[in-house]
Design a protein around this ligand. Structure first.
Ligand SMILES: NC(=O)c1ccc[n+]([C@@H]2O[C@H](COP(=O)([O-])OP(=O)(O)OC[C@H]3O[C@@H](n4cnc5c(N)ncnc54)[C@H](OP(=O)(O)O)[C@@H]3O)[C@@H](O)[C@H]2O)c1
Length: 269
């Protein structure tokens, strides 16, 4: 059995690839620039370019998949190539917006889940909440000592990308299943709390400053499609002052406790 790992240089995908190889499972690394991937079985794969699917899927029976704009062509090619289990990096957004707004984050991920299942491939659709690595977006503010946040009291249960990968590897090693686990970190923290944890780690003061939502929206709209920006604002408003749900899926599925946000900050920042 060979497992195809799409996005093999991504934060989650790189750990999935390493976890499979450490377990002795033949794993093929895939990406749009194979030279940047770890050595070994590696292949060019652009999920938006069907001409790259054949060589990538040759001899593969399981896949780890990122969500591109339209997953249907790849899902159909994977089914035709004999893939019998997909593990998809979906999103908690699908749970938060059961009737997704077109073009938003929830619709993007729900469409990908439907593409794989519609092609007849049993799918473990991992639905993680906010990643710990999102704090990298604050690097300039952390450097300057002020992080501007439109909703500082918005709460998430940040999940370490390595934990998502550990759950993905466990699913890829198990019998194929059709399921959609909701993955979270072990504790609900507001965005302001998260800035505080980082400030303590850095050993200096960092202010979590309430920013004008309209100004932040305008800034984000310069580099992100409007429906995606709208999704994020719906999410921040819905979670403003509301504790984030915490699940035990990481512990149950990976065999180790979910890493804390403090662990992430200490080990990865
Ligand atoms: N951040 C969050 O809070 C959050 C929460 C829930 C779900 N998610 C999901 O997780 C994803 C981010 O995961 P991450 O942090 O591991 O990502 P990342 O480090 O930014 O890497 C993204 C990977 O996706 C691959 N990719 C993108 N478009 C592709 C295409 N057309 N064909 C082939 N590969 C393609 C890239 O491969 P190349 O090597 O070819 O560039 C890259 O390796 C989000 O996009 C979202 O779907 C994120």
């Amino acid at each position: 059995m060979t497992v195809l790992v799409t996005g093999a240089r991504g934060a989650v995908g790189s750990s999935v690839l390493a976890g499979l190889r450490a377990a002795g499972v033949p794993a093929r690394a895939a990406g749009r620039d194979p030279e940047t991937l770890p050595e070994g079985d590696r292949v060019l794969l652009d999920l938006a370019d069907p001409s790259s699917f054949g060589p990538a899927l040759d001899g593969v029976d399981r896949v780890f998949v990122y969500v591109p704009d339209d997953l249907r062509p790849f899902a159909e090619a994977a089914a035709a190539a004999g893939v019998r289990h997909a593990v998809l990096l979906s999103s908690e957004a699908v749970l938060l917006e059961p009737e997704p707004e077109p073009g938003g984050i929830a619709a993007h991920h729900a469409d990908a889940e439907a593409a794989l299942r519609g092609a007849g491939i049993p799918t473990t659709a991992l639905r993680p909440g906010a990643f710990c690595g999102n704090v990298r977006q604050w690097s300039a503010g952390l450097e300057a000592g002020v992080v501007d946040l439109p909703y500082p009291r918005s709460a998430t249960a940040p999940i370490d990308e390595r934990d998502i990968a550990d759950v993905a590897v466990a699913a890829l090693l198990a019998d194929p299943a059709d399921e959609s686990p909701h993955l979270t970190g072990p504790e609900s923290l507001t965005l302001a709390d998260q800035v505080g944890v980082i400030a303590r780690h850095l050993g200096r003061a960092v202010e979590a400053r309430a920013a004008d939502p309209d100004e932040v929206r305008d800034r984000m709209a310069r580099f992100m499609p409007a429906p995606m920006v709208d999704s994020l604002f719906r999410y921040w408003r819905a979670t403003d002052g509301v504790a984030a749900p915490v699940t035990d899926e990481v512990g149950r599925r990976s065999g180790h406790p979910a890493r804390t946000f403090g662990d992430y900050v200490a080990e990865r920042l």
